[in-house]
Design a protein around this ligand. Structure first.
Ligand SMILES: Cc1cc2nc3c(=O)[nH]c(=O)nc-3n(C[C@H](O)[C@H](O)[C@H](O)COP(=O)(O)O)c2cc1C
Length: 328
């Protein structure tokens, strides 16, 4: 009886420690992420601006760009840029400037294609651009297949700079051997204490792919073209203490990056797809693929061979000085 009580007390203590550390994370997430969509700081604006301009970038580079696409997003982005400016935030910021560039490209693209967008939207955009004085449009990237994979065997530096997410695939089978080679390379990624916790679900059947893609937000307009969909997870039974709570996502992330590089090396276009879903979708994916309860799904990846000619979203990056704090 005594030992049973001891066991119970131990369980309660561990449970409370888990609760406390999750609460520690939760508090920060609730307070500083833009989860309430109330835009309490400049970075929340920058995050939202990036999401919105990226939707437009993606639309401009889709396998079949739909004329007039994304008007509600364009409207949202214009409104948000206006608020950003009114609040006196940094107008030289990458996110602000690039958003305007992408909007300009969007309007130029429709004008050049002789597609009439609603007048009210065009006037709103013109008025904003005139006031800000940034009239130049960005240009999404155009590639031939040969150019895109030109550096697949180059130095690490050149190779890394040449990889992009590709959302344009042709109807050509990737052999399972090649997929397995890519997974083998991804398995060379470091993992915490070398614990072999990465798992991957390789989905190739048409019906099953469709069901997986229906559960993921973010593959509209291109996911259906992918030859193979991969669902990446980590087995959390390998983790020991409460402080390991986020390790699965870190390990999945590192595994995923190696996988993307491996695909690029094998001349396969690939795109990471978020698994930021609610519990219902997560449970539906688990049921669909038979993912055991002790695994956490972290990411989905679509891949396929690319067409002879295709476009890529430009996705510009900050500079080192913007992100690195150096202590000498
Ligand atoms: C965790 C994560 C989730 C992502 N989710 C999506 C997604 O759902 N749909 C999509 O089209 N791209 C998605 N991407 C791809 C990003 O948009 C892309 O990596 C980013 O714009 C940088 O561009 P690059 O990969 O071409 O360098 C995701 C990337 C990451 C790392």
């Amino acid at each position: 009886m005594n030992s049973l009580r001891k066991l119970l007390i131990k369980k309660v203590i561990v449970y409370l420690r888990v609760l406390r550390i999750y609460y520690y994370d939760m508090r920060r997430f609730y307070r500083y992420s833009n989860v309430q969509q109330d835009f309490t700081n400049e970075d929340a604006f920058k995050g939202r601006l990036t999401i919105l301009y990226h939707v437009i970038e993606k639309g401009l580079t889709m396998p079949e760009t739909r004329m007039g696409f994304g008007q509600p997003v364009v409207e949202d982005l214009l409104g948000l840029l206006q608020r950003y400016e009114d609040l006196g935030y940094n107008k030289t910021a990458l996110e602000f400037k690039h958003s305007i560039g992408v909007l300009n490209e969007y309007f130029n693209f429709h004008e050049e294609s002789n597609f009439e967008l609603p007048e009210v939207l065009v006037i709103k955009h013109k008025a904003f651009v005139n006031r800000i004085g940034l009239a130049e449009g960005t240009r999404q990237l155009k590639y031939t297949r040969e150019e895109f994979f030109k550096f697949k065997n180059s130095s690490f530096e050149t190779f890394s700079q040449s990889r992009y997410s590709s959302r344009n695939y042709i109807d050509k089978e990737i052999s399972l051997d090649v997929i397995e080679n890519c997974i083998k390379l991804a398995l060379k990624s470091p993992t915490s204490c070398n614990r072999q916790l990465n798992r991957i679900y390789v989905v190739r059947g048409t019906e099953m792919k469709k069901k997986v893609l229906q559960l993921q937000y973010g593959n509209r307009g291109f996911g259906h073209l992918a030859n193979t969909i991969l669902v990446l997870s980590a087995n959390i039974s390998y983790f020991q203490g409460v402080n390991d709570r986020n390790e699965s996502y870190i390990n999945t992330g590192m595994f995923a990056m190696s996988l993307l590089n491996a695909f690029h090396h094998y001349e396969i276009g690939a795109c990471p797809l978020n698994w930021s879903v609610d519990h219902k979708r997560d449970e539906a994916m688990r049921a669909l693929l038979g993912v055991p309860d002790n695994e956490r799904i972290g990411l989905v990846v679509s891949c396929g061979y690319v067409p002879e000619l295709f476009e890529i979203a430009s996705s510009p990056r900050l500079e080192v000085k913007d992100v690195a704090k150096i202590f000498n």
